[in-house]
Every structure is written in C-alpha cells, then in structure tokens.
Design a protein around this ligand. Structure first.
Ligand SMILES: Nc1nc2c(ncn2[C@@H]2O[C@H](COP(=O)(O)OP(=O)(O)OP(=O)(O)O)[C@@H](O)[C@H]2O)c(=O)[nH]1
Ligand SMILES: [Mg+2]
Length: 361
C-alpha cells in the first residue's frame, strides 16, 4: 500500500518521512521521482504473539511512504505530472505547516492550517473535476451511438458522474460522498484523487506535542469527515529522536517534552484504518506474521495472502481470537480449552484472528 506525503513547500514532508522510517534510509527515487521509504507498522498484538510462541522472526505490516515534491497552490497550481503521480497512491497524507519557527518561512507568509487544508483540497478537487468533465463529454458522444433503450449502463455512469461533478464544484471531496461499492467500482478506472482516504498531518511545535490529543480533537471538529483522519505530530523533533538508539531516545523524548511513545505508531495505525484494512495473524516459532486484508475478506482469500498454494489447497482454517490466544498461550492449549474454531472457505476473517490454515497441495 502506497501513502503519498504531500503538502506545501517546507511543511515537513521529508522530516515526517524520516520520523516514520525510524532511522532507516529511504530508497532513492529517480530524478523528479518521490523518495520512497518502506516502514513497518508497529503492532503490540503482534509483539505479544511473537513473545508467546518464541518466534525467531516477527513480520510487521508494511506501508510504502512516498515523499513528493512541494505542492504549489493558487494561480499556477500544482504541475500536472505531480497530480498524475498521485493517481497510483492508495491514500494521501497532507503534511500541514502548523509550527511556528521564524527560520522556516511559510510559502504563503503566515501559519494558517485551515487555509492550507482548504487550498490543497481545492487543487485536488479541480484536478478531479477536469477528469470527470472529460469523461462526461466522451460518454455523451458514446451514448449517441447506442439505441435509446440500451443505454442503461451509460445512464447509470452518467448519473454518478453528474453527482460527483456537483460535489466537486461545491469543493466537496469524493471521499466524503459515501459512494456504494458498485459506484466505486464504476469509477475505479479514473483514480480520482479526492476519492482516496486522506490523513491530515498537523506538523506542530514540539512545545505543543504533549497535548496532541486536544489539538487533534479540535482539528477533527474542523477538518474531519468520512475517510479523513487527523494526526498532530512534531515532525522534526520526532525525526531527530528516530535516529537515536532506544535507550537514548526515551531520555531525549522526555527532555524535548515529546509524548512517551513515538507518534509514528499512532500515525501508521491510523493510516491502516483509513485504508480499510484489518489484520490477521499467523503465530509460529519460525515466523509470527501480521497480514493485512480488507474488511469482509473470506478465509480462503485470506489464505491466498499467505501463499497461492494455500488458497488453492484450502481445507479448513483453525481460528482463535487474539484474546483467546493470549489467554491460552498457544495453539495447542486453545484447542484443549475449546476456544479454537474450525472455519470453512466462506468464513469472514475478523480483525485480530490468529489463523492456522489446513491445506493440501
Ligand atoms: N521548528 C520546526 N521546524 C521544522 C519542523 N518540521 C520541519 N521543520 C524544518 O522545516 C524545514 C523544511 O522541512 P522538510 O521536512 O524538509 O519539509 P518538506 O515539506 O520536505 O520541504 P520541501 O520538500 O522543500 O517542500 C527544515 O529546515 C526542517 O528542519 C517542525 O515541526 N518544527
Ligand atoms: Mg522535502
């Protein structure tokens, strides 16, 4: 899953990427390409499972973070190539300059997070509006060559496109419209940017970092909405601390007044939630592994995440809830206690399920 870090010039995109990559150097993109970092999503449940089964290897969910060049807004607008590159991202994280540091001037001369959120949303909405208008034109022409009684599919698509056009003209992002799965499928080929989940990352002063919950709650009132998340983080300070060994980091966090736990975990878990993903686990001594699936995925499809052979040869899944596994301490003990269930192909995997697939190849 690809998360695009976007925002105005010097809002803290690169600092945030460093904070999240926790000292691991990101892979270099080509000239003009975003820099990419693969980051592991911290997961306490996975750590606990790995400890219980004495796993030699622990495999976390991973996200790819793409650090994009600065976004310009207003008269000139963002370059089309930048907007085009966003089409392939699975979600966006808008890094907003909310810190006060005279040595880092804001490109619009003042710190005003609400203005920046609105300005960037508007640029994205305009880009989508262009796509939707072109499609409406083409579809209108197409419909002329179809017999009046046979235009059902085109008329349905036109209905959705017109609704979206109206919303975008009113500066409402597509992600806020609550489209049905069928409508989303109809639009999937257009990769509308405002249809992707959006995480607004307020890059705040380290002096405010300890009261991030209050800042997030207030921002949620103003900018929150469907498929829109809010996180407040002091990106530069978090990036500085991320490079330190763990024992020094704890002390340094206290000195800087940062919250005890790094903001990266909260941010990445919120990204996973916004992406509509849930996590199931396989807990074995060789490798205890977190797997992401979309909510509603069946056991046989979930097995396919592990290996295509396991999907093909699927017989049954032994399923234990996370809490039951922790209470029992092992697969064998859960089975003895009767907290392990046997589920078939069509079982809908739940968040936190610990699964052992029985298969035959
Ligand atoms: N005081 C303070 N400075 C910050 C913070 N975040 C970033 N900076 C500084 O702001 C400058 C720009 O930060 P970057 O992380 O490079 O911002 P960017 O969004 O990647 O910038 P561009 O890629 O040039 O658009 C750097 O000098 C950072 O050290 C912050 O939270 N507080
Ligand atoms: Mg940068």
């Amino acid at each position: 899953m690809d998360v695009a870090l976007i925002g105005l010039a010097s809002s803290g995109k690169t600092s945030l990427q460093k904070a999240l990559a926790a000292g691991h150097l990101p892979g270099r993109g080509g000239a003009g390409e975003p820099t990419m970092a693969v980051v592991k999503v911290p997961d306490e449940r996975l750590d606990k499972l790995a400890a219980l089964v004495s796993a030699r290897k622990t495999t976390y969910l991973e996200l790819r973070l793409l650090d994009f060049p600065a976004f310009s807004v207003g008269k000139k607008g963002p370059p089309p190539a930048l907007l085009g590159a966003l089409a392939t991202a699975d979600m966006l994280a808008h890094v907003v300059h909310a810190f006060n540091d005279p040595s880092v001037p804001h490109p619009l001369d003042s710190v005003d997070p609400a203005r920046d959120v609105a300005a960037l949303d508007l640029e994205l909405a305009l880009a989508d509006l262009g796509i939707v208008e072109r499609r409406i034109e083409r579809l209108t022409v197409e419909m002329r060559s179809v017999a009046a009684g046979a235009r059902g599919p085109q008329e349905r698509e036109m209905g959705v496109l017109k609704r979206i056009k109206e919303a975008l003209e009113a500066e409402k992002p597509v992600r806020s419209l609550g489209l049905t799965a069928e409508e989303k499928a109809m639009l999937s080929g257009f990769n509308l940017i405002t249809g992707k989940p959006m995480l607004i990352v307020l890059n705040i002063d380290e002096a405010d970092a300890a009261r991030y919950e209050e800042i997030e709650a207030e921002a949620r009132e103003r900018f929150g909405g469907p498929a829109t998340g809010i996180i407040a983080v002091a990106a530069k300070a978090e990036a500085d601390v991320a490079e330190l060994p763990e024992d020094e980091a704890v002390e340094f966090r206290r000195e800087l007044g940062l919250p005890e736990t790094p903001a990266s975990g909260r941010l990445l878990q919120e990204a996973v939630r916004l992406l509509g993903l849930i996590t199931f686990y396989t807990a074995g001594p060789q490798d205890t592994h977190a797997w992401s699936i979309s909510a509603g995925t069946t056991a046989v499809k979930a097995a396919g995440r592990i290996h295509s052979d396991i999907e093909r040869g699927f017989i049954r899944a032994e399923v234990i809830t996370y809490d039951d596994f922790v209470a029992a301490g092992s697969h064998a003990e859960a089975k003895r206690r009767g907290t392990q269930r046997l589920e078939g192909k069509t079982y809908e995997v739940a968040d936190g399920d610990v699964i052992n697939v029985l298969f035959n190849v």
